[in-house]
Each structure stands twice: as structure tokens, then as C-alpha cells.
Write a protein that binds this ligand. Sequence first.
Ligand SMILES: *Cc1c(COP(=O)(O)O)cnc(C)c1O
Length: 452
Amino acid sequence: METIAYNLPQSHIPLAWYNIVPDLPSPPAPPLHPGTLQPLTPGDLAPLFPMALIAQEASQEREIEIPGEVRQIYAQWRPSPLMRARRLEKALDTPARIYYKYEGASPAGSHKLNTAVAQAWYNKQEGVTHLSTETGAGQWGSALSMACAFLGLQCKVFMVRVSYDQKPYRRALMEAFGASVTASPSPLTDAGRGILAEHPDSKGSLGIAISEAVEVAAKDPNTKYALGSVLNHVLLHQTVIGLEAIEQMAMAGDDPDVVIGCTGGGSNFAGLALPYLGRKLKGKSHARVVAVEPNACPSLTKGRFTYDFGDTVHLTPLVKMHTLGSTFVPPGFHAGGLRYHGMAPLVSHVINLGLAEAVTAQQLDAFAAGVQFARAEGIIPAPESNHAVSEAIRQALEAKAEGKSRTILFNLSGHGHFDMQSYIDYHAGKLQNYDYPEEEIAMALAGLPVVG
Ligand SMILES: *Cc1c(COP(=O)(O)O)cnc(C)c1O
């Protein structure tokens, strides 16, 4: 029989997360205090994050031990499946071998639970009782709500207005886990009130929701803030994906020629790719590493690599990243998790160093790929993950055209069971492609902060 699943026992959950920073040829630029423009000190972040996560944010250690209780919770869905997409290969009639790491097998339905559990755990250790956060598509809010329920914390979620209205089931899921969910912009914060005064019908954005969640944490000593992507410690927690995949690909007796992930803030891509890049830097892997972003929100391919704010109202530190400008509000395409103006500084840095490359996908191509994948493999991908699927299929067809084999590994970051409305719209012909929103981005870039 042909093998399709490369499953590892629970004992193979990694013991440590992998931090690529000490292995890089040059270090990433430090985050800056928005007032003084000096590098941040740990104390600057203390109102928002527990000290253990602040230490991870700036860590030079290659390996950071995963706490036993976090590994125990991981054991419910990790090691996650690594599958060979044999029926998809046959459907494409390609000589390429296609593998995917399936993070939708987590109870929250995406990779985000990997960091949600870790973040909730470290907050709990330091006596924090409440976490505030934002959510776009709802996956991060679901994951953090679940993690807070596991660890006995209260969770307050600011949900981007357009998703709040479009995705009542995501909201219901978070509320079932005990979280309180507010549509953003909201009248609960200065940031939200300010936006509503100017734009009473605002559909919201991740940048606005981040401002609200940060403000709540900054004003309440019992509340800390949790971010679902972008930051170094978030990417670090996601490296369990790549560490497991390396072992599973060895079980398959195969080695990827290309490693692919979709990028919103960069965490699922980094989770799979950074452990491979670490091997590549040691000469143990030859894989090309490819990030796939939506054409309508192309921070890596069209953004500027410079210091910018992480949020719309400018409460966060300045980080050096590929950005479209913090006031850019992307068009309403159906991959909410990819509608962010910036990119993880660490992902931006490895792209800038030439260690990884970035490509874009159009919405209709992404959905066509997702449907083709679903028919072959039986899993409905999240609209975000469809971007990675489309690049994997494109690569498999390119290999076919060249008449050569190619080993493709991509991250299937989540399932789309709460996103079926987008598939309904796709099949009804209601989805469209979006051009690169050149003018809006030029305007947002004109407002970039000036850093000497
Ligand atoms: C949030 C999300 C993304 C985008 O976020 P990254 O930090 O870039 O991974 C992609 N896929 C899924 C399923 C998500 O939930």
C-alpha cells in the first residue's frame, strides 16, 4: 500500500522551540520606542506582556524549552499530521510529490493554538487574570479563547466589525469558550471612539482592533495583551510545525525542494519555514522557501522595508518590517487573516537577506486551488491557506511542464469550516480579484513615521 500519512507518536512533540536569530548572518533591527525612537527596553513592554514572553522576544538562545504543561496540552493535537497528497498529484498528473502539514487538526482549527496555549500559560505563571486581543477572521480569537478556558483566564476579544457581522459562528465559538467579544471599532476605548467619530460606519481593520486591545491592556494592571502573529515570540512558538515536519519528511524518505506557506502576519509560514531555513544555513537543506501573500494586501512584494507602527492609532512600538503603511485598510477579500498592513519583522528580515522569496496569489486562483484540493484530499482549506495551496499546485504544474520531479511541502494552516460563506460566494460567482490598491497604499506610505 502507498503511504499517505506520516504520523509521529506524542513522545515526539518537540522539547524546545527553535529560535533562528543566533543562526542568521545578521541580527534583525531592534524595535524602537515610539516616543524616544530608542531601542525598546524590557520595561517598555511590561504593561503589555509577561516578562517571560518579553525575554523570548529578544532571546539569543537557539533552543527555548517548551514547558511540560504546554507540551501536555499540545498532545491533544500534536504532532500534527503530515500527509502526502497522492490524489491531488494524480489529479494534476504531475511527477511532483506534494506533502502538506495539516494544522487544521487542532481543536481551534488552525495553527494559532500553538502560540495561544503558550502565551496563556506564561501569563498565568505571572499572575495575570485577563487577556485582551484582536481577531480578524476569528481564528486567533477562537484559539486564545480556548487557551484561556484551559488555563482559567478571562479573555476579551475585539473582533473586526466586518467579520463580526459576517461570521456569527466564530463569535459563538469564542463565547462558548467563555470569552467576551466586541465588534471593533467599539465605543469601549478612546481608539475606537476616535475612529467611530470620523467613520461611524467603519468596517474596522486588524490595525484598529489591535489599538483597542492594546489600550485596554495598557490601562488595566490585571490585563495583558496577546498578539496572534508578527512578534518574535509568536513565530518562535510556531516552530513546532517545522521541527515536526523535518522528522516526518525523514520518515517519508524525502526532502523538500520547496517549502511554502501563506503570509498574513507571517507566523504559520515562519513556523514551517524557519526550522528549514536553520538547516539550510547549516548546509543540511537545499529547499527554496516561498511566502504567498494576497495580491490585494502585498506587504512583502510591494511594501517598504522600514520602521512602522503595528497598529492604526500608533500605540505600539515601531518595528522594522515590510509595510503598506499603518493606515492602509485592505479591500474586503475573503481571507481575513491575511488583511494586515505589515509583516513579521523576522520574516521581513529573512526575505531582505534573500533567504526566502515572496509571491502573490489572486483571490479567484486561491479559491480554485482550494476547491481542487478539497475534491482530491477531502479537506476544505481556510481561505488563507488556499493561497499556499495555489502556489503548491502552480509549482507541481511547473514541474510537470519541465518533465521533472519536485518535492513540495506546504503548510495547510487551517480548515475552512467556519468560512463556508466564502465558498458559497465563490461558487455563486460573487468573488472577484482585486488589483493591487496602488493609490491607497501610496497614501498610507506617505504617512510613514520618520526614523533617522
Ligand atoms: C491567522 C491565519 C493565517 C495568517 O496568519 P499568519 O500569522 O501569517 O500565519 C493563515 N492561515 C490561517 C488558517 C490563519 O488562521
